[in-house]
Ligand binder design. Structure first.
Ligand code: JFZ
Length: 580
């Protein structure tokens, strides 16, 4: 057991989270017996994520367990795994110690169904990884499926083998707690425990797991999916889900490189390294961590395609890592069409996806800029810029004279030395191209005269569960260039990554500056969202609005009637686009 003295060491939440906040980028590893069937069972391709094959194909426990006798990943090399993560710029590694299938990838006295006792391989891969992680300075973390266990009559969710009657507490006491104790005792300091799919775990049960982790390793972080309503140390978004905006507090997006977590031989739908790099920056600019998955195969190798993508991301990180590690969310709440912003004390970093040909204008930044340069430029040559303030309009504008060619086609970083904490204007500003961007997250949402909160935190960044048509959104914004504007009402797809869905046909009313129109939400244009990959943006063209003189205006979006369906109105933003 752990000596009392160690167990009682007290630590503040900020201290506990510090390494994780600095890290920003980690490797997820889904590795278990499911890598042997690799998405195929008895010659048939099984749809869905690879590590769910046991449930998707309703494989009886007795048959599935036979896989252990074949598991012999002789090409596994702990050094290479950790080096792949490190070379990509990742600072931590979270490996499935036990996934829903119930098989332990470590030596366990609590269950002989583990890699040391039940396979010809016979070696503890977790131990090898622990040693390498400690050697190479990468934090080792464990994923542990605390509720679902398809191998155990008392674990949750195997209803094809086991009777409905279960003693879940017995499973927690006899498998989960002893295994967590092993994981937190035998492998040195553990960065975090990633619990998952809590299902019906009770508050007391979840609390007892949290207490156990705290007792054994007070510094160990507890992830978002512990369940039972128990406060985790940070939140997890839905899988692959990138929010549309800054989320306060600590959070992480767990994401795949193709469409599965556990290895599937026929899944070659790899995300381009470009998208992954941009997602990394975008997630950091919203204040989150990116936990990016690889699924090693039955020989013990990380797929070549994954290694290649990660090494490209690593090339970018070697030049630009400064804008990611230890960074905080953008001082602006919203995404920009050209990219996004991260910050550190005295610095702002503009991550530019789409390099402008004629320089970049930032609207509404009040901070004094001392110097601007490209992060990729070792000489840090100063880039010319001009900050102006329009008194009558109370508006700050920064014009940066960027070179005409992007230093990096994927994502160029412009660094700015700034004076003091960055401050931005409260009012929404018209962008240099004349567009006014009204994101849901910046709206005041009201139900009658009561303020209500809509969430824009999951999947494609559209409103979650907006099914109450009596909620209205209002924005206040400045128009500098009078004229007629077209409106685009943007919603987002939602649902699972495998089959995103969308719901239209809502009737809404838009009013501004004494004008109003009603419009039906239809899919006029579907636009790939590189920030959320699976869930596209859907543009619905609304009516036109006239703003006849420069000034401050308000616009209200009021649902008239929602169509039938469970997604509701997945509203994301409105664009006002100058009509020429
Ligand atoms: C879970 C697992 O079932 C899956 O196998 C994988 O390990 C993944 C990382 O986590 O799946 C989930 C859990 C939660 C959500 C989506 C998939 N969610 O909250 O959107």
């Amino acid at each position: 057991m752990i000596p009392e003295l160690f167990a009682q060491k007290s630590i503040t939440q900020d201290e506990r989270m510090q390494w994780w906040r600095d890290a920003r980028f980690g490797m997820f590893i889904h590795w278990g017996l499911y890598c042997i069937p690799a998405g195929e069972w008895k010659g048939k391709e099984i749809p869905g994520i690879g590590e769910w094959i046991m449930k998707r194909a309703l494989i009886p426990v007795a048959e599935y367990r036979e896989l252990a006798k074949q598991f012999n990943p002789v090409k596994f090399n702990a050094h290479d795994f950790v080096a792949t993560a490190k070379n990509a710029g990742m600072k931590y590694l979270t490996i499935t110690a036990k996934h829903h299938e119930g098989f332990a990838m470590f030596k366990s006295n609590a269950s002989k169904y583990n890699i040391v006792n039940a396979t010809p391989y016979g070696k503890d891969v977790i131990k090898a990884l622990a040693d390498e992680c400690h050697k190479q300075g990468i934090k080792l973390c464990f994923y542990y499926s605390q509720s679902r266990d398809w191998n155990e009559p008392n674990g949750l969710d195997n209803d094809w083998d086991f009777p409905a009657q279960r003693d879940f507490q017995k499973y927690l006491d006899e498998k989960v707690k002893p295994q967590l104790t092993e994981l937190l005792t035998n492998y040195g300091p553990i960065g975090l425990i990633w619990f998952d799919t809590p299902m019906t775990i009770s508050k007391e049960q979840a609390q007892s797991l949290k207490d156990l982790v705290r007792k054994l390793q007070p510094e160990c972080i507890i992830s978002g999916r512990i369940g039972g309503g128990i406060e985790p140390d940070y939140a997890s978004t839905g899988d692959n889900a990138v929010p549309a905006t800054i989320i306060p507090g600590d959070w992480e997006t767990p994401a795949t490189l193709n469409d599965t977590w556990g290895y599937k031989k026929n899944d070659n739908n790899w995300k381009p390294a470009e998208d992954v790099t941009r997602l990394l920056f975008d997630i950091a600019s919203k204040g989150g961590n990116y936990l990016l998955n690889v699924g090693p195969n039955s020989e013990g190798l990380i797929p070549e395609a994954s290694v290649k993508i990660l090494s490209k991301v690593g090339d970018w990180m070697k030049i630009n890592g400064e804008c990611i590690y230890g960074s905080k969310a953008s001082p602006f709440t919203v995404e920009f069409p050209w990219g996004n912003i991260t910050q550190k004390p005295g610095k702002l970093y503009l991550g530019i996806f789409d390099w402008p040909k004629n320089g970049l204008e930032i609207e509404g930044l009040k901070t004094k800029i001392k110097k601007i340069y490209l992060l990729s430029d070792k000489t840090r040559k100063a880039i010319p810029f001009k900050e102006t303030y329009d008194k009558t309009f109370d508006h700050h504008r920064l014009k940066i004279d960027l070179p005409s060619v992007a230093p990096d086609k994927v994502l160029s970083v412009v660094a700015m030395d700034v004076e003091g904490e960055p401050q931005v204007e409260e009012a929404i500003c018209q962008q240099a191209d004349g567009q006014v961007y009204l994101p849901g997250v910046l709206a005041k949402s009201m139900k009658g005269d009561k303020a209500v909160k809509l969430n824009f935190s999951s999947r494609g960044g559209g409103a979650d569960n907006w099914t109450d048509p009596s909620t209205t959104l209002t924005w206040t914004f400045k128009v500098e260039k009078p004229g007629v504007y077209k409106t685009d009402i943007v919603t987002s797809e939602k649902g699972s990554a495998e089959s995103p869905t969308w719901q239209g046909d809502h009737l809404v009313k838009v009013s501004a500056n004494g004008q109003e129109f009603q419009t039906k939400i239809v899919a006029d244009q579907k636009v790939y969202n590189q920030r959320s990959h699976y869930w596209s943006k859907i543009f619905s063209n609304g009516g036109t609005l006239k703003f006849d003189k420069p000034g401050t205006y308000t616009l209200t979006l009021a649902p008239v009637q929602f169509s039938q369906g469970k997604l509701g109105f997945t509203f994301r933003e409105i664009y006002l686009v100058p009509a020429i």
